[in-house]
Design a protein around this ligand. Structure first.
Ligand code: ATP
Ligand code: MG
Length: 422
């Protein structure tokens, strides 16, 4: 009965072309099964992100069967098949050799035995194979663990974490994504091997942390510091998150889909300098780094509740950053006036008010035509004009600004001007 129920769940979600891939491999005399996340997620009634196939066919045998393929990692036995604009990864049954670097096997060898392939996978819930006609192949009791909500390492969990230390982060991330418990021995092995995480590249760590911050079962997130894993990645961050563990999950949920906001929430008590150092260490892209630091720099400021300073702020940082700033205020300082500020910003944007030099009705060229020499003075006058229209948007016309320029030039004692060239 359990088999039937699980089977319906996978069959129900399996795209038509996935079935076709399995059929084609079978017709050519090979074994082929769905495996990993797609089987696990289907059983959990979650929508799989991708449908991975594992097969007894060698990569070149797989490649020969499909009209459009490309190599994704042929040395690891993976071929990508393109069917109706969708990519499917097909990987040959594989045994991983020794792991000298705690991340990558030194060598891989292909096998015709499915169980050997399942043995190399991280957790029992990820080591279930499925074929619509053959049913489940589940030598490690993955279905039972899924039913019990347990994350259990395949075989000896300590060895599995020592082979590939990234699995420890995956473990915590899956716990928070699925709301699962980490099985006792697996958790003990994780706690005993946390130091190995230092062998993993910061990019991979960052990727896993990003997934963790947006995982729905936030209460499980604390495994990251309770296990000692975060202290091995960044001791200062571990101390700070431990100190405000109670509030963090709720704050992260409020960030919605915005990864910049999530990092601001995580780093909320960092100074911009400290945050910059952390983000640089994590090899963040410049745009994210700059935005997070900008928001952290401003977080203690009150949001503008008058149109003029709001226009100034939006002109300076861009409207997206202001919306993020207000969202962050709403999360971290709910009693600040962020609602009123948001209303004002929306009004300003709806009115199409000039916020930057780009939409100012007067340009540097116009100034030069009025006799202002090229150079710093142009920038200074344009800045003053922008400030004037940010105060009073109705003044953003050529005539009004020309008059303002005349006045400014007079105020400057005519020093900026010279007679217009005839
Ligand atoms: P998701 O895609 O939701 O993050 P997933 O389980 O599908 O989860 P992938 O990284 O797509 O994760 O990997 C697919 C499968 O490959 C896994 O289910 C697992 O069987 C195996 N796998 C992936 N990474 C590892 C690893 N580091 N060690 C062992 N097996 C792994
Ligand atoms: Mg996957």
């Amino acid at each position: 009965m359990k088999e039937k129920v699980g089977k319906d769940k996978v069959d129900h979600r399996m795209p038509f072309y996935v079935r076709e891939v399995l059929r084609m491999l079978h017709a050519a005399g090979h074994e082929a099964f769905l495996v990993g996340g797609c089987v696990r997620d289907s059983i959990l009634r979650r929508t799989p992100q991708d449908w991975d196939v594992t097969t007894s066919a060698l990569p070149e045998e797989t490649a020969a069967l499909f009209p459009r393929t490309f190599d994704t990692g042929i040395q690891h036995g993976t071929i990508t098949v393109v069917l109706h604009k969708t990519n499917y990864e097909i990987t040959t049954y594989r045994i991983d050799g020794k792991y000298a670097d705690c991340r990558h096997p030194d060598s891989v060898s292909f096998t015709r035995d499915l169980t050997e392939d399942l043995l190399r996978r991280d957790f029992t819930m990820n080591a279930i194979a499925y074929h619509p006609d053959e049913g489940f192949r589940d030598p490690f009791g993955g279905q039972e663990d899924i039913a019990a909500g347990l994350i259990r390492g395949v075989g000896d969990p300590a060895l599995r974490f020592q082979e590939d230390a990234l699995r420890m982060l995956r473990c915590v991330r899956f716990a928070a994504q699925l709301g699962f418990q980490v099985e006792e021995n697996t958790y003990a092995a994780l706690c005993a091997n946390t130091a190995l995480i230092q062998k993993i590249s910061v990019e991979r760590i960052r990727e896993e942390l990003e997934k963790l911050w947006r995982a729905p079962y936030c209460d499980k997130m604390s495994l990251l510091w309770e296990s000692g894993l975060l202290a091995q990645i960044d001791p200062a961050l571990s101390r700070r998150l431990t100190a405000r563990a109670g509030k963090l999950p709720e704050e992260l949920v409020q960030c919605g889909q915005d990864s910049v906001l999530r990092w601001c929430v995580v780093l909320q008590d960092y100074t911009p300098k400290e945050a910059e150092k952390f983000l640089n260490g994590m090899k963040f892209d410049r745009a994210t780094l700059k935005r997070v630091c900008l928001l952290l720099e401003r977080i203690a400021e009150d949001a503008p509740v008058e149109p003029y300073p709001m226009r100034k702020l939006a002109g300076e940082t861009g409207e997206e950053a202001v919306f993020q700033f207000l969202a962050l205020q709403g999360i971290l300082r709910p009693d600040s006036g962020h609602e009123e500020s948001r209303r004002i910003l929306r009004e300003i944007l709806a009115a199409g008010d000039c916020l930057t030099l780009k939409t100012l009705a007067f340009t540097g060229k116009d100034l030069m035509e009025m006799g202002v020499p090229a150079g710093k003075e142009i920038g200074r006058i344009l800045g003053a004009l922008l400030d004037a229209v940010q105060r009073e948007p109705a003044r953003n016309t050529r005539e009004a600004l020309a008059a303002e320029v005349e006045r400014l030039i007079k105020d400057l004692g005519g020093s900026a001007s010279k007679p217009p060239q005839a």
